[in-house]
Ligand binder design. Structure first.
Ligand code: BES
Ligand code: MN
Ligand code: ZN
Length: 503
């Protein structure tokens, strides 16, 4: 897809379809909608006037209305896209709205469109342009990769129009950042979409290495021998049940001129279980196929590293991915086994299906050994987190308020939804083991928290953030702005967190 930024008036743009945003200015829940087109272009207002007067379009979020041959415009079609109540307007609505416009044209075989950037004092140029290009990029992707009758309905050209009043430099920088972030998030989605037989740990390692080669990042991919050498007993225990060898992927971003001495080093650690059967504590067959997405945390880190290479923050970043297949076999680890993690802590295995925290325990320890001063991990870690927060918010946990605040700051830009859950000492008791330092499950209650408590033991005193993305990394139903399947959650927020440390 080719995306262009034009500084001109929307009514003068020749295009197959011009998308223009609209919002409802009426206050009060049951008030009759009062629609405002978010454009100062009077020719567009004139073209839309009679249909708006008719009342059939309410400007609800992602509602669309198509007009053919609009009078006074160079466009062949005019698409109105609702952004909801004007009082709630933010760049997040613009991101979805732009995606809705792109996914409106795709099944209709329209290959080119123009989108008028919405004008409102609530929508600063930079964040609006960035949100628009993110939304456009994300919306172009479909996930039916292996269908033989797959139609190539990708959009070829999108012109984004910044009208008078938009700051040129801010618009340009937002525009290009959005393309970088959207592209990285799509890369993550493409990895998560792959089935387990086509994306083994070894193949994930190759994909990461290829990306790093293209972006000029340093990348090392190790396997069993290195796990043994590093005494990664927890990661190795999970990997040993499969015929597929594990992959330990290390990607490094060094800022130009080297990182500041004594400056922060950020460690990004991802859970990369390419398929989670549960192991000996095997999962029920129902929906087990979905467990190909159990590497979404790893994919988020690989995508984040791609964006980081392009955005070039002035901070060193190390991405560590722990990838394995969780399988039952004669060699698999078993409930009751005791494993010694890289940090030296002993772990009693209660349930082999709690494998994510096992691989991350060693990933966190290794990131620290490589010099990380601040840690962030992402994982499809617990069903309990889905029970707690549903499929709207992902869980975020942290042992350090200042570090968490930097993450929360980034959420304002990324627009992603995370909800903080506690990691307080009283929960530690639930993962106390009779035989070892710690056990790998904490019983029925507070499962997302006890999983986080387990990870906290391996982050130790290092400021650390844990993202449990089990509920939001995959969406079963398509949205008007995004295909069903992998969402690419967390890429944008992780990148914004990293940028908080760039100076
Ligand atoms: N990959 C799963 C988490 C998961 C479960 C994501 C269901 C989405 C839906 C993880 O490895 C897992 O199996 N966790 C167990 C932990 C339990 C055994 C303590 C879970 O959540 O049931
Ligand atoms: Mn599991
Ligand atoms: Zn898992």
């Amino acid at each position: 897809m080719n995306t262009e930024l034009l500084f001109t008036s929307s009514s003068s743009v020749e295009t197959e379809l011009l998308a223009v945003f609209a919002a409802d200015t009426a206050s009060g829940k049951d008030a009759k909608p009062e629609i405002r087109l978010l454009t100062g272009d009077v020719a567009i207002s004139a073209a839309a006037q009679s249909v708006l007067a008719g009342g059939e379009f309410r400007a609800e979020a992602n509602e669309t209305l198509l007009l053919h041959a609009p009078a006074g415009l160079k466009a062949k079609r005019l698409l109105l896209v609702g952004l909801g109540k004007v009082a709630k307007l933010s760049p997040q609505e613009a991101r979805k709205g732009a995606g809705t416009a792109v996914r409106f044209v795709k099944p209709r075989g329209i290959r080119e469109l123009a989108i008028a950037a919405p004008e409102s004092d609530k929508l600063p140029s930079q964040w609006t342009l960035r949100a628009l290009t993110e939304g456009i990029t994300l919306a172009d992707v479909d996930t039916d990769t292996y269908r033989s009758d797959r139609k190539d309905r990708g959009v070829q050209t999108v012109k984004v129009i910044a009208p008078e009043g938009f700051d040129r430099a801010a618009s340009e920088s937002g525009f290009s950042e959005g393309l970088i972030l959207g592209g990285a998030q799509n890369f993550t989605r493409s990895l998560v979409n792959e089935p387990g037989n086509r994306l083994t740990p070894t193949i994930l390692g190759r994909r990461a290495a290829a990306m790093c080669g293209e972006q000029g990042l340093k990348c090392e991919v190790y396997s069993t021998e290195k796990l043994i050498e590093l005494k990664m007993g927890a990661f190795q225990a999970v990997a040993q049940g499969s015929d597929e060898p594990p992959a330990l992927i290390v990607m490094t971003w060094e800022p130009a001129g080297g990182a500041a001495k004594d400056g922060p080093v950020l460690g990004l650690v991802g859970k990369g279980i390419t398929f989670d059967t549960g192991g000996i504590s095997i999962k029920p067959a129902d929906s087990m196929e979905k467990m190909k997405y159990d590497m979404a945390g790893a994919a988020a880190m690989i995508g984040a590293m791609q964006a980081i290479a392009q955005l070039r923050p002035a901070v060193k970043v190390i991405g560590v991915v722990c990838s394995a297949e969780n399988m039952p076999s004669g060699k698999a680890y078993k409930p009751g086994d005791v494993e010694i993690a890289m940090s030296g802590k002993s772990i009693e295995v209660i349930n082999t299906d709690a494998e994510g925290r096992m691989v991350l325990a060693d990933g966190l320890a290794y990131a620290k050994q490589l010099g990380a001063t601040h840690l962030i991990d992402a994982a499809t870690l617990t069903g309990a987190c889905v029970v707690a927060l549903g499929m709207i918010n992902a869980g975020v946990f942290s042992n350090d308020d200042a570090t968490y605040e930097k993450f929360a700051e980034g959420l304002k830009v990324s627009g992603e939804r995370f909800w903080r859950l506690p990691v307080e000492d009283e929960y530690r008791e639930l993962i106390r083991s009779q035989i070892a330092d710690i056990k790998n499950t904490g019983g029925r209650w507070g499962g997302a928290i006890t999983a986080a408590m387990f990870l906290k033991e391996f982050a130790e005193d290092t400021p650390w953030i844990h993202l449990d993305i089990a509920g939001v990394a995959w969406q079963d139903e398509a949205k008007p702005w995004l295909a069903s399947g992998p969402t690419g959650i967390a890429v944008r927020s992780i990148v914004e967190w990293v940028r908080q440390y760039s100076h």
